[in-house]
Design a protein around this ligand. Structure first.
Ligand SMILES: NC(=O)c1ccc[n+]([C@@H]2O[C@H](COP(=O)([O-])OP(=O)(O)OC[C@H]3O[C@@H](n4cnc5c(N)ncnc54)[C@H](O)[C@@H]3O)[C@@H](O)[C@H]2O)c1
Length: 430
């Protein structure tokens, strides 16, 4: 007999603003690189893992853990998914028990960390529940669906000290930390602007639609639809929502939270950015007006207090991209397939970097495991996860409301930009 799943309300309302501010989350300076947790697992001890969610990305995590099992001394103990068939298939693939209620998995004392690979609207509650159960967490991006949820997760992380690796796996590519060092050393001079993109061209059915899914696709008999919905608005079984959830704002932020988070986090790390000062988001449902309520083409511009803007281009209609680069007064830093190169205005090379990592979940898991065993610095800690959630949520809110949004550091909240004093100058450089 299944237990009733908890409501996600604690994640969206359980935050006292005072508690959040006390946790230091309103600071405008960058704190995420200094994060270091106490070693919690012996250097030679086996690390035991549970998987929450057993869909597309979770299978990638299971493959990664299977591959790392021997070299990194790991063991999978359980898989949970509210679709029993998926949970059972996952447990067969990776080993361990199968559950439909993720809280039963969290009851297994021996599990050291869990992966959370569910739709966005569940990330916060599951992360909080896992930390309350004493687990470390590898939570897929975006860290949470909303800003208040990100604040609740941050608060819980500070209270419990449980390690949280956010699943922006490109943070395990050392190009971005090494660019940060070069920029801080002045290689390209004063930085003023960065640009990056995520472009794709989808087939006729459009982004995040499956040709196999129709209005008549039945609910699997062993799928707990109410558990999947969680705290989202109650609706009857809808195959498009279950299989194509990235198109609906009840479960996703679309291009912004699914794709831009991968990109803007790179610039944040390289330029040591935390919360943006102001953000605009523009785009629309230009090509696929098929019932989705999130854009299929989208762009954002974020202005940061250190005195720079970040432009992110996104289209799902055309895969012609733009260079990923950071502009400084002395030169430009271009990210390349193999690392980065910085050039001056005449094209003379100022510095280069050959990357040693990559956008790779194996490396990202290994980083978390090293953190647990040796206290290695996490490549994508909660502060960086939260800063990403803030930027992309501000962009989506700007798009929806037709306003430029600003980050009110005093209130730790986004507000319409006209409510804050205008300041054309940089604030204290971070
Ligand atoms: N880092 C990356 O490159 C990358 C790539 C793809 C997806 N993702 C992320 O992974 C996450 C999952 O995406 P996906 O494509 O695998 O989605 P999916 O729909 O294929 O899988 C999600 C699974 O979660 C399960 N689930 C939902 N609610 C649950 C609950 N209450 N209890 C137990 N199981 C529950 C669903 O039944 C489903 O099997 C998302 O956050 C997505 O952004 C990351």
């Amino acid at each position: 007999m299944e237990k009733t799943l908890p409501s996600a309300s604690a994640a969206s309302t359980g935050l006292s603003r005072r508690g959040f501010l006390a946790a230091g989350a309103a600071a405008t300076s960058v704190a995420w690189t200094a994060q270091s947790y106490a070693r919690v697992i012996g250097a030679n001890d086996r690390i035991r893992i549970g998987f929450i969610g057993a869909g597309g990305m979770a299978n990638g995590h299971m493959d990664a853990i299977n591959a790392l099992k021997e070299p990194n001394n790991l063991e999978a103990l359980a898989v949970a998914d509210c679709w029993k068939t998926r949970a059972d298939e996952g447990a067969k693939k990776v080993g361990g028990k199968s559950f439909t209620d993720y809280r039963a998995l969290l009851d297994i004392r021996e599990i050291d960390y869990v992966t959370i690979a569910t739709p966005e609207h569940w990330h916060a509650q599951m992360t909080i529940d896992a930390m309350d159960a004493g687990k470390a967490v590898y939570c897929e991006k975006p860290m949470t669906h909303s800003i208040p949820q990100a604040q609740a997760v941050m608060k819980k992380q500070k209270e419990t000290g449980r390690p949280l690796q956010v699943g922006v796996q490109a943070m395990s590519d050392d190009s971005y930390s090494s660019a940060a060092q070069a920029i801080a050393e002045g290689v390209i001079g004063q930085v003023v602007q960065a640009q990056i993109e995520y472009v794709r061209r989808y087939d006729k059915q459009g982004p995040w639609r499956s040709p196999d899914i129709t209005d008549a696709t039945p609910q699997p008999g062993d799928l707990d639809w109410s558990a999947w919905l969680g705290n989202a608005p109650k609706v009857e079984w809808n195959p498009h929502h279950y299989f194509e959830w990235r198109n609906y704002s009840a479960y996703s932020g679309g291009i912004c939270t699914d794709l831009f988070i991968h990109r803007i986090t790179r610039i944040m790390k390289a330029c040591k950015l935390l919360y943006p000062r102001r953000v605009v988001g523009m785009g629309g449902i230009w090509q696929w007006p098929d019932g989705r309520d999130l854009p299929d083409n989208f762009e954002l511009i974020a202005e940061y207090p250190r005195g720079m803007t970040v432009y992110v281009l996104g289209t799902m209609s055309n895969r012609v991209g733009i260079d990923h680069l950071i502009r400084g007064y002395r030169g430009t830093l271009y990210f390349t397939g193999s690392g980065w190169v910085a050039k001056d205005k005449d094209g003379k090379i100022l510095a280069t970097h050959e990357k040693t990592g990559g956008e790779d979940i194996h490396l990202h898991h290994t980083n978390l495991q090293k953190h647990l065993r040796e206290g290695a610095e996490l490549n994508c800690p909660v502060e960086l996860g939260m800063a990403g959630v803030v930027a992309v949520n501000m962009a989506n809110q700007s798009w929806r409301s037709g306003q430029m949004m600003a980050w009110d550091a005093g209130q730790a909240a986004m507000v319409p930009a006209h409510e804050l004093p205008f300041n054309p100058y940089p604030e204290k450089a971070s």
